[in-house]
Each structure stands twice: as C-alpha cells, then as structure tokens.
Design a protein around this ligand. Structure first.
Ligand code: PXP
Length: 244
C-alpha cells in the first residue's frame, strides 16, 4: 500500500472548458488519465457559483472512475443535500466566499460546531467520509474531533506562500498540528498551493495520509502532459516520504 495518497483536483480542466462554453477539455477524460497515472483519488470542488465543476461532471466522474472521489463544497443545507444525492466517497467541507479566487483559508469549525454537526451526521449516515478543511490550529482540530469529522485537511497555503524566512515557522505549525490530530485519532490530509518543490517538506510529515493537489498539476500539464505531471508528483511525494 502507498504510504501517502495523492488526490488530483481537476477543477481547472473545467475552468478551461467553461472559458469557451463548450465540452473541451473534458474533466472526465482528465479523471480517467489521473487514474491511469497513479492518482489515488479525484478531488473536485462543486462551488455554489459552479464556476468550474458542475453537478453533471461530479455525477459522471463518480460513475466512470474506480478510484475514490472527494467532493469539496460549502457547509450549508443545500450543498450537503446535493452531496448526499451524489454519494461521493468523501466530502470535504470548505469555507466559500463568492468573491474569492480560490479557497483563502480554513473553515472556522470552532464556534460553529452546532451548525456543522448535523451536516456531518447526515453525510456519515450516507456512509460518506467527512473531512473539514481547516488551518493547522489545535482549537480547530479539537472542534473537528468533537463534532465527529473523520478527517481534517490542513490548508497549506500559508506555508506555500510564506517568504523564505517564515517558511520554517509555517512548516512547524503543520508538523505540530499533524501530531495533535494524529493523537486524537483523526485522519490527516493536506493541500492548497502545493507544487513539485514545496510538496517535499509536506510529504515528510508522516501523519499526513493524503495530499490534494490541483492548480499546479493542471497548469504543469500544459507543458509536460497530465499523465507525466501526475507520475512526477507521485514520484516526488513517495520519494520524500520514504526518505523522511
Ligand atoms: N484542498 C482543498 C480543500 C481545496 O479547496 C483546494 C483548492 O480547491 C485544494 C486542496 C487544492 O489546491 P490547489 O489547487 O492550490 O492545489
């Protein structure tokens, strides 16, 4: 078994498709290539404004791929009902703001336990694993544990964007948070802003079981091809994990 799973986020194949309003490039084709290339899962973010992935895409990706599908969406009644109907393997609840270019920070679970707990319960009743996308903070991890989440996914954006002199500090937050989460027995994932370089230190954090990577992979695929890019990412993260 692979020690660290790679979830490939294919949202931006749909971004490109939607730019022309047609059917090319097809996210389902991308999902199938990712599967062949060694991805352990497909991740898609069904945004409320449907700016990239659409409901029909999610349905078809679930139907036409064998590897697990991780569906990211906002934590509200309407989106949770959509998730329950689509029945992906996992749902990752993310904060969402219509104006943002991408998911800018982690979900505030602390203080919102009463609002989020029923959504988690509903998804789990459907046998869908529930992940919460949070900043690597003890308070957020404890809140996620308290309301029964299966997984916490740490937002790695601050680490990826940090200036060189702050990188170590941001990495330390991730290392410590991964330790805390692991001690609570909750599964740890990570993602956002990862590329061939910055993924190395993140892959060395042994408590992290899965990385979800999108924008860089799809962008780099323009130059290397999707299959080669995924294979190279797979090689880098496995090598980093095995030499940690
Ligand atoms: N994980 C989550 C929960 C996300 O929302 C995103 C971005 O949609 C990613 C991972 C992937 O981030 P990136 O596209 O920067 O690799």
């Amino acid at each position: 078994m692979k020690e660290i799973r790679l979830g490939v986020n294919i949202d931006h194949v749909a971004t490109l498709r939607n730019a022309r309003g047609g059917t090319h490039p097809d996210p389902i084709r991308a999902a199938k290539i990712a599967e062949v290339a060694g991805a352990d899962g497909i991740t898609v973010h069904l945004r409320e404004d449907r700016r990239h992935i659409r409901d029909e895409d999610v349905k078809n990706i679930i139907k036409e791929t064998i590897i697990p599908v991780n569906l990211e969406l906002a934590g509200n009644q309407q989106m949770i009902e959509i998730a329950c109907a689509l029945e992906p393997n996992a749902v990752c609840i993310v904060p969402e703001n219509r104006q943002e270019v991408t998911t800018e920070g982690g979900l505030s679970v602390f203080g919102q336990e009463n609002r989020l707990a029923p959504f988690i319960e509903k998804l789990k009743r459907k046998k869908i694993k529930v992940s919460l996308f949070i900043d690597p903070k003890v308070q957020e991890i404890e809140a996620a544990v308290n309301i029964g989440a299966d997984i916490v996914e740490f937002h790695t954006g601050r680490y990826c964007d940090a200036e060189e002199h702050n990188k170590y500090k941001e990495l330390t937050f991730l290392v410590q948070a991964a330790n805390v989460a692991n001690n609570y027995g909750i599964e740890v994932h990570a993602g956002h802003g990862l590329n061939f370089n910055n993924v190395v230190q993140i892959s060395k954090i042994k408590q992290i079981k899965e990385l979800n990577i999108g924008h860089f992979i799809i962008g780099e695929a323009i130059f290397l091809g999707l299959k080669t890019t995924i294979q190279e990412m797979r090689r880098i993260i496995s090598h980093a994990r095995n030499t940690a």
